[in-house]
Design a protein around this ligand. Structure first.
Ligand code: NBP
Length: 476
């Protein structure tokens, strides 16, 4: 017998995906650099389906039906390159190599070109959903050649999450597009988590609420427009009591957030593309600030200057303000993320369909939410949306929230509670809708010190003022 799919790299993610394939009736060839992980998987879960145990790469490749399909689930970076090279040396034209790790999209573009030159199909596939998703149904974002999706698509769709019978897996576009959208997905996840953190902090440090009470608020929010996986697990984490101390677990966890890099990659790419993803950037910087432990230690005791600032008297009303501020800021973060995807797609010629993307993010992935259905509808209604924020549904939601949003930021600022993502999202909204921006002054300054020229509102052409001369204007 031959396997329909091979999985190499059997740590948490790889072994769960291999089990997911097997549970869906596919024969799965297993390989890992060290045999121990392969044996551990077979020992613990061998009865879940049809696995073929292999020790060497030769044996592994030989166990696959043609065209061969191999999913690589090893550490991103050099290990992935090493495994690709080993596989490519053993494969034949038309075979498909899938990289399911969190690879940087520019690496995927490079690898796809190198494999195409050897007549091999290379598919960079973003996979989201963590360990649990890998086992029970992730959201899968495969890029690479469209032809390879014909053979691969049904296999991947069978193990993906499904929402209303629709698989959370679709061909995203050529070469690095799958890993690019997965990267932005992770960036949005950073923004979502930061916004949730700020909402929690406001309830805690402006309203003085108990952790358990805040957990109840999130549980309640999860029944409305904010209904999402992250809001749901926020209630779970906030409800957890530390067995050792009897305190809320969140109070014994060190307040320094880690990061593995996909948020940072998103922001770097946004800078290169010239797209203001302020929500994601604030989230990445907020994690960095939280981890500046010694600097924070030294800054403790800096004057707050909050003399006389009072918490709002109507607690319930302020909680509702926070909910609206969270929702509006979330709309901004997604709108910015989709802007970045549109810009990346244009830059690399990927033709990514934002509506299809919203559809496959509805289930399986970490940012899955009711909200994604609204995004899918917005793009279905108008595929040429200038910005998600301007789709009628989201525009109404944000306009309905804007007064609450301002009250929250005013109060947080007066009371010295940091709300970088809430505040910068509101500033983005205000800048986007502004009649005139101070960028006109920036242009004047640039012209003054660097003769960078400026455009005029009243006539065509570029102009320069002779700042160090008689200050008359010349056409540049
Ligand atoms: P890890 O990222 O921890 O990688 C461990 C695996 O890589 C092991 O199978 C290990 O083999 C193998 N490996 C290494 Br390390 N160097 C190798 C090399 N030079 N040659 C061959 N194999 C090598 O595993 P993971 O957490 O399961 O994640 C797998 C991929 O999925 C990563 O790219 C990750 O970013 C991505 N991802 C993870 C999550 C998540 O929630 N964890 C979610 C989405 C995507 P060994 O057993 O012989 O050491």
């Amino acid at each position: 017998r031959l396997a329909q799919i091979g999985v190499t790299g059997l740590a948490v993610m790889g072994s769960n995906i291999a089990r997911n394939f097997a549970r869906h009736g596919h024969t799965v060839a297993l390989h890992n650099r060290s045999i121990a992980k392969t044996d551990a998987l077979i020992e613990a879960h061998g009865d879940e389906g049809d696995f073929i145990r292999t020790e060497t790469m030769e044996e592994f490749v030989g166990a696959l039906e043609r065209p061969r399909r191999v999913l690589i689930m090893v550490k991103a970076g050099d290990p992935t390159d090493a495994v690709i090279e080993e596989l490519a040396n053993l494969m034949e034209p038309g075979d498909i190599i899938i990289d399911g790790g969190n690879s940087l999209y520019t690496d995927t573009i490079r690898r796809e070109a190198a494999m195409a030159a050897r007549n091999l199909n290379f598919v960079g596939a973003g996979i989201s959903g963590g360990e649990e998703g890998a086992l029970n149904g992730p959201s899968i974002m495969p890029g690479g050649p469209a032809e390879s999706y014909e053979s691969l698509g049904p296999l991947l769709e069978s193990i993906s999450a499904h929402v209303d019978g629709v698989p959370c897996c679709t061909h995203i576009g050529p070469d690095g597009s799958g890993h690019f959208v997965k990267m932005v997905h992770n960036g949005i996840e950073y923004a979502d988590m930061q916004l949730i953190g700020e909402a929690y902090d406001l309830m805690r440090n402006v309203l003085g609420m108990e952790v358990a009470e805040i957990a109840d608020v999130f549980r309640e929010w999860n029944t409305g427009t904010l209904d999402s996986y992250l809001i749901e697990i926020t209630a779970e984490v906030l409800s957890q009591v530390d067995a050792e101390t009897g305190k809320p677990l969140v109070d014994v966890i060190v307040d320094a957030a880690g990061q593995k890099g996909t948020g940072r990659w998103t922001v770097k790419s946004a800078l290169d593309l010239g797209i203001p993803t302020t929500g994601i950037a604030e989230a990445v910087f907020a994690r960095a600030l939280s981890s500046s432990t010694s600097q924070r230690e030294s800054a403790r005791g800096l004057v707050a200057g909050t003399t006389g600032a009072q918490a709002p008297a109507d607690k319930a009303a302020f909680v509702e303000d926070i909910r609206k501020a969270l929702y509006a800021s979330k709309v901004v973060a997604y709108s910015q993320g989709f802007d970045q995807i549109a810009a990346g797609s244009a830059e690399y010629g990927w033709s990514v369909d934002p509506g299809k993307l919203a559809t496959i993010w509805r289930g399986g992935c970490i940012i899955r939410a009711k909200f994604l259905d609204r995004i899918r509808e917005a793009y279905a209604e108008n595929p040429e949306l200038p910005a998600l924020l301007l789709a009628p549904y989201f525009r109404d939601a944000v306009e309905d929230s804007v007064e609450s949003w301002r009250r929250v930021i005013v109060t947080a600022t007066a009371m010295g509670v940091p709300v970088p993502a809430f505040a910068s999202s509101l500033s983005y909204y205000d800048a986007l809708r502004a009649e005139r921006l101070p960028a006109a002054l920036t242009q004047g300054l640039r012209d003054y010190f660097g003769a960078h020229t400026y455009l005029r509102v009243d006539k065509p052409g570029s102009f320069h003022t002779l700042w160090s001369g008689d200050r008359s204007e010349v056409e540049a």
